[in-house]
Design a protein around this ligand. Structure first.
Ligand SMILES: [Zn+2]
Ligand SMILES: [Zn+2]
Length: 267
C-alpha cells in the first residue's frame, strides 16, 4: 500500500462533490445541502442519506454539521439507519453544542425519530457525536477541518478543509461575516470558496431577517478574501434560482462558478 505522504508527493488532489438532492433529476434544483470530500467526509447531511448506492453512504465515516436547520440535517436520521451495522463501527457526527442540543430535542426525541444518541450508548452504536469548538481544528487522516462561527439566525459553523496541498472554505449559511474570511485568507494554499447566495437582490429584507446573502452581498463578502480564487455559488433558493443566477453572473466576477448538483471538483 502506498503511504499517504508518497501519494501526496505524486500530486494528488482534494476531491469534493456537491451532492445533488432532486429525487427524479440529478441536475434538478438544490433543495438541501451536502458536500462529500474524498468520499469519506461530508459537510452537512441534507441529502447524504438519499444517495441511491448504499456502499457510497457506508464510505462516509465523518459528518460535519454546520447547523441544525432542516436543509442541512434532513437526511441524517435516514443515513444513520442506512449505514447501521452490528459491532462497534459507526459514523462520527461533529457539531456545536447547539447542534447536539437540537438533535436531541428536535429530532432524536423518540417522536420524530428514535433517540439514536441514547441507543448508541446501550447497544451497537448508530453514531458517535463529537463536539466542535470555534477554530479548534479536527484532523481526519490527511485532512484537517477548522470550524469558524458565521453570522446566521442560530449558531452556525463555516468550515475550512485542508490537506498539505489544498484548502477549501465552505461559507453557508450566513449573512455578512468576517472571521472565516480571515481564516481562509491566512491559508496560502487556499484553492476555492463555496459561498452561499440565497435570495435575489430585491429580497434583501428577507435575506437580512433570515441572515443569508444576496448576490450584492456575495460580492462584498468575496472581496474580503483579497485575492481572486474560484468562488462556487451555492445554497441558491430554488424558487428564485434563475434570478439569483442572473444577478450573480452580472457581477462580472471572473472566477465565479454556479454550483451545479452532483458536480465534482478537484483541487
Ligand atoms: Zn440555515
Ligand atoms: Zn440552509
Amino acid at each position: 500500500m502506498t503511504p499517504e505522504w508518497a501519494d501526496k508527493m505524486g500530486g494528488s488532489v482534494m476531491k469534493i462533490k456537491l451532492l445533488g438532492s432532486s429525487v427524479d433529476n440529478p441536475n434538478g434544483p438544490q433543495f438541501t445541502a451536502s458536500y462529500v470530500i474524498e468520499e469519506h467526509l461530508a459537510i452537512d447531511a441534507g441529502c447524504i442519506g438519499f444517495v441511491s448506492c448504499l456502499d457510497k453512504q457506508r464510505k462516509i465515516e465523518h459528518v460535519f454539521l454546520s447547523h441544525a436547520h432542516l436543509d442541512h440535517v434532513a437526511s441524517l436520521p435516514i443515513f444513520l439507519d442506512n449505514v447501521f451495522q452490528l459491532g462497534e463501527a459507526c459514523p462520527t457526527v461533529y457539531g456545536s453544542d447547539a447542534v447536539r442540543e437540537s438533535l436531541l430535542r428536535d429530532i432524536f426525541n423518540d417522536r420524530v425519530w428514535p433517540d439514536l444518541i441514547r441507543l448508541s450508548y446501550e447497544e451497537s452504536p448508530f453514531l458517535r457525536f463529537v463536539g466542535l469548538q470555534p477554530q479548534q481544528s479536527v484532523t481526519i487522516g490527511s485532512l484537517s477541518v477548522t470550524p469558524v462561527l458565521l453570522n446566521h439566525v442560530l449558531p452556525t459553523f463555516g468550515f475550512v478543509v485542508e490537506d498539505d496541498q489544498s484548502a477549501v472554505a465552505f461559507i453557508s449559511d450566513t449573512s455578512s461575516t468576517d472571521a472565516i474570511w480571515q481564516v481562509a485568507a491566512s491559508k496560502p494554499h487556499l484553492k476555492a470558496v463555496f459561498l452561499e447566495a440565497a435570495f435575489p437582490n430585491g429580497m434583501r429584507w428577507l435575506a437580512d431577517k433570515a441572515r443569508h446573502l444576496t448576490p450584492e452581498l456575495f460580492a462584498q463578502e468575496y472581496a474580503k478574501l483579497g485575492r481572486e480564487l474560484p468562488v462556487i455559488a451555492v445554497h441558491i433558493k430554488p424558487a428564485f434560482q434563475d434570478q439569483v443566477i442572473r444577478e450573480l453572473e452580472s457581477l462580472g466576477l471572473p472566477e465565479l462558478i454556479i454550483g451545479k448538483p452532483n458536480e465534482e471538483f478537484e483541487w
